[in-house]
Design a protein around this ligand. Structure first.
Ligand SMILES: Cc1cc2nc3c(=O)[nH]c(=O)nc-3n(C[C@H](O)[C@H](O)[C@H](O)COP(=O)(O)OP(=O)(O)OC[C@H]3O[C@@H](n4cnc5c(N)ncnc54)[C@H](O)[C@@H]3O)c2cc1C
Length: 394
């Protein structure tokens, strides 16, 4: 198969990149391992869009017009829920079921060729990729490649230098499950208190304290998020399959124990059950590319703008280096900062671009730019950049 643009991964960033490139007339293929687009927003059941809006203000104002705003509008239509202010930031509740459906619509409407159930397994400059689907390997030739894999898989396959902090500083993973059958209002404080009692009495493991709940907005349905320390795995490494397997198992075991306990001890939870496990545990941070420019947390905190900015970062640094909740650091005056085009171009490699949570930035900046609103924005930006170069076969 010959295309102008190959997009690796169909998460928030890959979806935005593929739709944007295709709308601009580029023959585009998006290769995605799972059977649906959305990445963490579907496969890992992450259920809130952050980073769509400017910080502060009496109303939610979009920071990145175009596809991020269009996606948010379609989500609002689907769920009937608008932006919600939490402290200084505005967020948009999203439902993973709607995310997958809206993504299908946008991919179809824009003419992207989609290869689900397919894994990019090798990449050669020029560009040639090998894609595996159920034992068969196909080749794709592309004028340009956009790596939106979240894990910078292209850097690993090409042997490029990548950036990654030491395991003990990586943002911690989490396991999000869908739960149904909850009756009445969700009482966050009462639930936390119940989990503390369960741990004190020895009925629950200590890691249960990392669990919190949020209503999905649908009757009787909540999402349970279990923040994990990574130590469940004997040393956290988000690119090691043994570690990832231990995370999955641990997420299910602890969530199951918590549900069993709440069914017995919490009013309204007597009939609650896990209705869906995520397709995979949520990984917040792994490899990052080294681009022409490395965006830093200090620049985001200073609200710095740049001449060649292609998107805006508007989420605070949300550091989750432990499983005891986030540490938020806000930019000066709540200012937005510019994401330079050089952070989306891989240093020294023509025709290789990156979008989403593995763009070129330091660990602190990643704690801001990894949110889905900003991933839509860097995906859109890179789709436009590739279309402007006109690189391709067409
Ligand atoms: C527990 C948790 C809670 C979070 N909470 C929030 C929140 O409340 N709000 C928010 O906005 N953000 C939140 N985030 C962050 C956000 O969800 C992610 O950073 C964001 O979704 C990343 O998008 P992405 O497109 O860069 O990568 P991903 O969503 O990881 O998508 C990458 C895609 O690439 C595919 N892929 C990878 N390698 C290959 C390959 N070789 N071949 C084919 N396909 C491949 C994967 O299957 C995946 O679908 C959270 C993250 C986690 C883990």
């Amino acid at each position: 198969m010959k295309v102008d643009v190959l997009v690796i991964g169909g998460g928030s960033a890959g979806l935005a990149a593929a739709v944007t490139a295709s709308r601009a007339g580029m023959k585009t293929v998006m290769v995605e391992r799972h059977g649906m687009a959305g990445g963490m927003g579907t496969a890992s059941l992450v259920h809130t869009f952050c980073g769509l809006y400017f910080i502060d203000g009496d109303e939610a104002r979009h920071a990145n017009p175009g596809l991020p705003e269009e996606f948010a509008d379609r989500m609002e239509m689907a769920t009937g829920a608008g932006p919600v202010k939490m402290g200084r930031v505005w967020v948009l509740p999203q439902h993973p079921v709607e995310f997958a459906r809206i993504a299908d619509e946008m991919l179809r409407e824009s003419g992207v060729q989609v290869l689900f159930h397919s894994d990019v397994i090798s990449l050669e400059p020029g560009w040639r990729a090998k894609v595996a689907c159920r034992g068969e390997i196909r080749e794709i030739e592309a004028g340009a490649v956009i790596d939106a894999s979240g894990d910078a898989v292209g850097a690993a396959m090409l042997g490029l230098p990548d950036d990654r902090v030491a395991a003990d500083r990586l943002q911690r993973p989490a396991y999000v499950s869908g739960i149904q059958g909850v009756v009445g209002e969700l009482e966050g404080l009462a639930l936390s208190g119940r989990l503390v009692e369960g741990v004190r009495s020895g009925d629950l493991p200590k890691s249960s304290l990392g669990m919190h709940f949020r209503s999905s907005g649908r009757s009787g349905e909540v999402f349970g998020t279990l923040d994990l320390s990574g130590e469940e795995t004997g040393g956290y490494d988000p690119t090691d399959p043994a570690c990832l397997s231990a995370l999955e198992e641990s997420g299910r075991t602890v969530t199951n124990a918590v549900l069993g306990y709440l069914r017995k001890h919490q009013e309204g939870w007597g009939m609650a059950y896990v209705s869906h496990w995520p397709a995979r545990a949520g990984v917040r941070e792994s490899r990052r590319y080294r681009g022409e420019v490395i965006l830093t947390g200090a620049e985001i905190l200073a609200g710095e703008r740049c001449k060649d900015e292609v998107a805006l970062a508007t989420w605070p640094l949300e550091l989750r280096e432990t499983n005891r909740g986030p540490k938020l650091r806000y930019p000066e005056g709540g200012k937005a900062s510019g994401i330079p085009s050089g952070a989306l171009r891989v240093a020294g490699v023509d025709g290789l671009y990156v979008a989403g949570r593995c763009i070129s930035c330091d660990h602190e900046a990643q704690a801001s730019i990894r949110v889905m609103g900003t991933c839509f924005a860097t995906g859109q930006a890179v789709g436009r950049m590739v279309a402007r170069t006109g690189a391709g076969f067409g």
